[in-house]
Structures are given as structure tokens and as C-alpha cells.
Design a protein around this ligand. Structure first.
Ligand SMILES: [Zn+2]
Length: 214
């Protein structure tokens, strides 16, 4: 089943079946009236440790965290619209001039487990262009979730490569959740090594405790 068909089927299902709010669990719609305002973008700008500018739409905590987890891990594609709107705000704020979007190569295991690629689905919902297929994974990465900050860096170093030469092309990196920024930095490194200019990065959300934002 294609992503579009799957998400249309899930939307139709949620109309027929009672649904719990993805943000708080209340018996309501996909996202209840109390949780909805929590998903409005409040742009956070901060540099990654390598100097690449990062714009994030949301803080990854509370309602935001629960909603993104429901979207990514529980098949709750019925909350993709508010997430796509927030993601789009961050992407538009980070894009300077004409840029191509590029996302982190998804792991095959992740796509198989979910049946969809969360970042691509959000870009489609936002009416944004598909990410350019210019990055590849050079070796299997362990699931970053289970690793600490230093281990993440080691796990990632050299794990991505540009497909061919990218000289003269300008990219905006996009990802759903920036945890330490290590994945985005590895992607930026690979793109720059391929000759590309990396204008900035944009994420739907960022993890405040790792970025030291309070
Ligand atoms: Zn709620």
C-alpha cells in the first residue's frame, strides 16, 4: 500500500472509530482542543556544535513528545496535519533562497516496522517537495535511541555518504526530532564532503535537555 493510500485509510478509520487524543489520551478526536495549541510552532534557533544553524518548531516534551511518538511509533497518521504545519514553519524559516530539501536516509528496518517514512509523510502533508535522494547510509546504524551522546557520535561517524558530486547545489537538511544533533551533523558532513553547500537544518522538534535550552 502506498503512503497516501495508507494515510487516507487511517483517516477514514478514525472518522468511524472513537479515537483517543494523541497528546493526552482523552476520548476525543485525533488531537483534543486542549492539546492542539501545544503543537503550534514556536521557532527555536540554535547552532549545532559544528556551527550549522538549526531551526526547530517545537520542544520535544509533554504533549509534543507524546503526539510525535504516537505519530511515529503507533501508526497515528491522523495527527500528521498539525505536525506538518509546524514542520513547514521551521523549514520555511530555515530556508534561505532556493534550496533542495534533504532528509536522513531512513533505516530499512524502521520503514518496515512502521509502513511509512515519517519525515516524507510530513513533507507531503505540508505540500513541500520530496527530499532529494542524495545521501546514502554506508553501514547499518544501531538505533540511536538506545545510545548516549558520545556513543551516538561514534555510531554515526562516516555512516553516510553523498551519492556522486553535489558541487553547486544548496541543501536544507530536514529531520523530525533533533536529539543531540549528531545525526544532522553527520548528514551535513557527508553533503559538504560531496561538494554541496548546507544552508541550515530544520527539525520538527528538538530535545531541550541535550541542547541545554531552558
Ligand atoms: Zn489532548
Amino acid at each position: 500500500m502506498t503512503v497516501a493510500l495508507l494515510s487516507a485509510a487511517l483517516d477514514a478509520w478514525s472518522v468511524l472509530m472513537p479515537v483517543a487524543c494523541a497528546g493526552c489520551g482523552a476520548d476525543d478526536r485525533a488531537l483534543c482542543a486542549a492539546c492542539r495549541p501545544g503543537l503550534r510552532a514556536t521557532l527555536h534557533r540554535q547552532p549545532l556544535p559544528d556551527g550549522t544553524a538549526l531551526v526547530s518548531a517545537l520542544r520535544y516534551e509533554g504533549v509534543v513528545r507524546r503526539t510525535i511518538l504516537a505519530f511515529k511509533e503507533q501508526g497515528r497518521t491522523d495527527v500528521s496535519r498539525p505536525l506538518a504545519a509546524a514542520f513547514s514553519s521551521a523549514i520555511r524559516a530555515a530556508a534561505a533562497g532556493r534550496v533542495e530539501l534533504v532528509s536522513i536516509p531512513p533505516s530499512h528496518a524502521g520503514v518496515r516496522r512502521r509502513g511509512y517514512d515519517p519525515v516524507r509523510l510530513l513533507l507531503r502533508r505540508a505540500g513541500l517537495p520530496r527530499p532529494s535522494p542524495v545521501l546514502s547510509s554506508t553501514h547499518a546504524r544501531a538505533r540511536q535511541k538506545t545510545l548516549g551522546r558520545e556513543q551516538r557520535g561514534r555510531n554515526l561517524a562516516g555512516s553516510m555518504a553523498a551519492k556522486g558530486t553535489l558541487a553547486g547545489r544548496r541543501f536544507l537538511l530536514v529531520d523530525d526530532v533533533a536529539t543531540t544533533g549528531a545525526t544532522l551533523m553527520e548528514a551535513a558532513r557527508a553533503l559538504r564532503e560531496g561538494g554541496a553547500e548546507v544552508v541550515a537544518a530544520a527539525s520538527l522538534a528538538f530535545t531541550p535537555k541535550h541542547f541545554g535550552d531552558s
